[in-house]
Design a protein around this ligand. Structure first.
Ligand code: DAH
Length: 388
């Protein structure tokens, strides 16, 4: 695909080494200040690095995508704690953008976060002189809790630059002609990657908006009767190239979610399984092989409801994060089952249903009750909410 479009795969050594590589230990508590909203169940995930395990579905899919981009420099060992400048400012994400909110992002200190996307490394890699690269890593978002959302997941970012020699004759890198050519190249490259990984599948392009690309697009693939968004991408903003020593080039970038792709490719129904250490999960996979996941028996769920008057500032993600911090992977789902506004006082309350289930064993009533008591205490203590 790349060759058909006239891009010569190049291999090259990076001109400068990257500062923060994997010479780090797992816990990051020592980095967190008193205001940090990083909970221990999240910091425990740091350093697990499923994407570096070639017998884990996430490592396997990473290898397949990397193989679709021959000649690209593959970076997969950058530390997930990044500055807000790396994660947001350098990508033209404005102050006040929702992705910066404490309800959505894990802040380590005021100026550092757990990266919310691998795009956080785009500009440092551009400055290192790389012109074609893939960067893979664990990313973190405070999010709802269900079978396809988990606060820690993995992404791969891809960037490809073109100099005047690669572009159609006479097209200046900053010209509209170059932008249109780069967009065509981007679409063809990503369609080729998806065909390579999934076999021929139905795909469609959807217009999107990202602050760091113009134009911006999303690619969806048709799978099991629905359209599934698999990646965001676009033509890199001129200002980003100019600010990072790549002003003489034009280029594209994409970011894809590895869990999303792996759930489809391996038929894995629940995103929590990627973190399972149960041999019935881990032993199903082998390096370089795509197999259909064989479900093993599920242990029974246990439901508990909790209702409280909402404090003045409340975000559902705060509650989901609190539940996770108490019960970890024993929580399968947190859903709102009732919203109530008092007709006289205008006070709002919500009822949440927490589904507890272990992937590994049957939970006892006593232990679930104890977790629920802990959650109730934390709702009153940490969220300052009044229980009903
Ligand atoms: N960073 C985006 C996200 O996490 C995905 C993305 C979109 C990455 C467009 C890109 C891009 O490099 O060009 O949702």
């Amino acid at each position: 695909m790349l060759l058909r479009l006239g891009l010569r795969p190049r291999s090259f050594a990076a001109s400068t080494p990257l500062a923060a590589s994997l010479a780090w230990s797992r816990p990051i508590q020592h980095l967190c200040d008193a205001q940090s909203n990083v909970t221990p169940n999240i910091s425990d995930k740091i350093g697990v690095n499923h994407h570096l395990n070639d017998r884990h579905p996430l490592g396997i899919i990473k290898g397949l995508v990397e193989a679709s981009f021959p000649g690209f420099d593959c970076v997969d060992d950058l530390h997930p704690v990044v500055t807000t400048k790396q994660c947001f400012d350098s990508l033209m994400i404005p102050e006040g953008h929702v992705s910066r909110a404490e309800s959505d992002t894990y802040y380590v200190t005021r100026d550092t976060v757990l990266r919310t996307h691998t795009s956080a490394h785009q500009t440092e890699l551009l400055r290192s002189g790389r012109t074609q690269f893939l960067v893979t890593g664990d990313v973190y978002r405070r999010d709802e809790v269900d079978a396809s959302h988990y606060p820690a997941f993995h992404q791969m970012e891809g960037v490809c630059l073109f100099g005047a020699d690669d572009l159609p004759a006479g097209a200046a890198p900053a010209s509209a002609e170059a932008t249109a050519w780069v967009e065509d190249h981007l679409k063809a490259s990503l369609e080729g990657m998806v065909d390579g990984v999934f076999g021929p599948v139905e795909k469609r392009w959807v217009d999107a908006h990202f602050p760091f690309t113009d134009p911006s697009l999303e690619l969806e693939i048709y799978f099991n009767g629905e359209w599934l968004e698999v990646l965001g991408c676009g033509v890199v903003q001129r200002q980003i190239l100019d600010d990072n020593g790549a002003g003489a080039s034009a280029g594209w970038a994409f970011g894809l979610g590895l869990e999303r792709l792996a759930m489809v490719l391996f038929d894995i129904p629940d995103i929590r399984l990627f973190w399972s250490t149960d041999p019935r999960f881990t032993e199903q996979f082998a390096a370089g092989k795509v197999v259909q996941f064989q479900p093993f028996s599920k242990y029974p769920p246990c439901f508990k409801d909790i209702t409280f008057w909402l404090p003045d500032t409340f975000h559902e993600n705060d509650f989901a994060a609190l539940v996770r911090s108490v019960a970890g992977d024993l929580v399968e789902q947190v859903e709102t089952i009732d919203d109530f506004v008092h007709p006289k006082t205008d006070r709002a309350s919500k009822c949440f249903r927490i589904t507890y289930r272990s992937m590994e064993r049957s939970l006892t009533n006593d232990e679930v009750d104890a977790l629920q008591v802990e959650i109730r205490d934390a709702v009153a203590g940490e969220l300052g909410a009044e229980l009903r």
